[in-house]
Design a protein around this ligand. Structure first.
Ligand SMILES: O=C(O)CCC(=O)C(=O)O
Length: 377
C-alpha cells in the first residue's frame, strides 16, 4: 500500500478524534493519506452468501440440528474464515413475545449489554485527551493501552482510528474511567467468552476432534481474552484513509460488534467483500492460531476497516487466544489420516511470543504467520 507522505506523527496528535473534530477540516492531513483509492477494489457478493450460524441451534438444537450446524461452522471456517453469528434469530425476536415465555438458557449476550458496552466505550473515547493519556501504556503487552492508529512508533502513515485495548482474561483489567465501564466490561467479557468457547467446541468437532480438544490443548481456562474498542471518526476524504489495514488476528476467534455503521471488509477468494451491518449478531473471524492448530485447514481471514464521511463508526472486537504460555503447533491428530501422514505446515510457537511479535510491528497482512509457516499451504 503506497503512502504519499512519510513523516512521524506530530506530537500534538494524540487521537484522530480530536483531529477529525478540528474546525474547518476539509481534507485528510498528509500523515493520514493513503493512495491509491482503496474503495474502488471492493466486490459485492450476492446477498445471503456470507455464512450465518444460528446460535440457538448450536446450543439447544436437536442432535441432528446440532450436527448440521457443526458442519456449517466447519464450512464457514474453511471457505470464508468468517461468519455472522446470529444470537437472537429473527424468528425468535418476532415470536418471543407470544410463543416463547420460558427463559432461553445460556442465551449469550443480552441486547441491552451490547448497547451499554458500546456507550461505555464511547464514554471512554469522549474523555479529555489528558485523561485518555493516563491509559496509554508503555509496552505492547501492557494490560491497558489506549492510542491512535495501530503502532505509531513503527508506522509512517497513520490509520484513521483510535483504540482502547484491554486484557480481560485470565486477569480482568479495565480503565477506571468513565464510571461504570468497569462493571459493564466485566459482564460483557464473561458473556462473550462463554459464546467463544461454545463456538470453539463446535469448531473442534468440525475438525473431527473431541469437542473439548481446543479448550484443553490450548488451556482456554487461562486463555487470553483481549477487548479492543475502535473508534473511526467521520473522515473528510474516506477514500484516501484507512481505518485498519489488511491483517489477520493473532488468536483463535474474534467476535466483533459495531454501532450500526458498517466498515469491515474481509478478503474472500482474493477479493474484498463488504460485510455490512447485522443486528443481533457477532461478526466472527478465525485467527492465526486456529490456522496453526488446524494445520491450515481453517485459514485466518484477512480483513480491514474502512472509514466514511457520514458518521463515526465504533466497533468492539473481542479476541480469544490460547493461554500466554501455550506453545501452539498443528494438532498431531490432524497430521495422520488414512491417506498417509500430512507434514506439519507450521512450527510451534509460544502464544506470548507471537502476540508480542504481531503487536510490536506494523500490521501487515499475514506477515507474522509467514514467520512460522514451514511450507505453502
Ligand atoms: O473495526 C473493525 O471492523 C475491525 C477491527 C479489527 O480488525 C481489529 O480490532 O483487529
Amino acid at each position: 500500500m503506497a503512502v504519499e507522505t512519510a513523516s512521524p506523527l506530530p506530537s500534538n496528535i494524540t487521537s484522530i478524534k480530536t483531529l477529525a473534530e478540528s474546525p474547518g477540516l476539509t481534507s485528510n492531513p498528509a500523515t493520514h493519506t493513503f493512495t491509491p483509492d482503496l474503495h474502488g477494489q471492493v466486490t459485492s457478493v450476492p446477498e445471503g452468501s456470507i455464512p450465518v450460524i444460528d446460535y440457538s441451534l448450536l446450543i439447544s438444537g436437536t442432535p441432528g440440528q446440532r450436527s448440521e450446524i457443526v458442519h456449517e461452522l466447519g464450512r464457514a471456517c474453511q471457505d470464508w474464515g468468517f461468519f455472522v453469528y446470529l444470537f437472537f434469530p429473527s424468528f425468535y425476536v418476532a415470536r418471543k413475545a407470544t410463543l416463547r415465555t420460558e427463559p432461553v438458557i445460556n442465551h449469550g449476550v443480552p441486547q441491552k449489554l451490547l448497547s451499554s458496552i458500546l456507550d461505555g466505550c464511547r464514554g471512554f473515547f469522549d474523555l479529555e485527551e489528558e485523561e485518555k493519556q493516563e491509559f496509554k501504556g508503555n509496552h505492547v503487552l501492557d494490560p491497558i493501552r489506549s492510542g491512535t492508529s495501530f503502532n505509531v512508533s513503527v508506522e509512517k502513515a497513520f490509520y484513521w482510528r483510535d483504540f482502547l485495548k484491554v486484557f480481560v482474561h485470565p486477569v480482568f483489567y479495565s480503565p477506571t474511567k468513565p464510571a461504570g465501564l468497569n462493571e459493564i466490561s466485566l459482564e460483557y467479557s464473561q458473556r462473550v467468552r462463554e459464546v467463544a468457547r461454545g463456538l470453539l467446541k463446535g469448531i473442534s468437532e468440525s475438525l473431527g476432534l473431541e469437542g473439548s480438544y481446543i479448550d484443553k490443548a490450548l488451556d482456554l481456562e487461562r486463555g487470553k481474552q483481549i477487548f479492543i474498542a475502535n473508534l473511526y471518526p467521520t473522515c473528510p476524504q474516506p477514500e484516501l484513509a484507512m481505518g485498519m489495514p489488511p491483517h489477520s488476528d493473532h488468536g483463535l476467534l474474534t467476535l466483533l460488534i459495531q454501532n450500526g455503521i458498517g466498515g469491515l471488509q474481509i478478503q474472500h477468494k482474493g477479493k474484498w467483500v463488504n460485510v455490512g451491518t447485522h443486528s443481533n449478531s457477532f461478526l466472527v473471524n478465525t485467527g492465526d492460531h486456529l490456522e496453526i492448530l488446524s494445520n491450515g485447514r481453517y485459514k485466518s481471514v484477512l480483513h480491514r476497516a474502512m472509514v466514511n464521511s457520514k458518521g463515526t463508526r465504533m466497533s468492539i472486537a473481542m479476541a480469544h487466544g490460547p493461554s500466554l504460555d501455550s506453545v501452539v503447533s498443528p494438532a498431531p491428530e490432524l497430521l495422520v489420516s488414512g491417506e498417509g501422514d500430512e507434514p506439519a505446515a507450521y512450527i510451534g510457537i509460544k502464544y506470548k511470543d507471537y502476540l508480542e511479535l504481531q503487536q510490536s510491528n506494523k500490521l501487515d497482512g499475514k506477515s507474522c504467520l509467514d514467520r512460522v509457516r514451514i511450507s505453502a499451504v
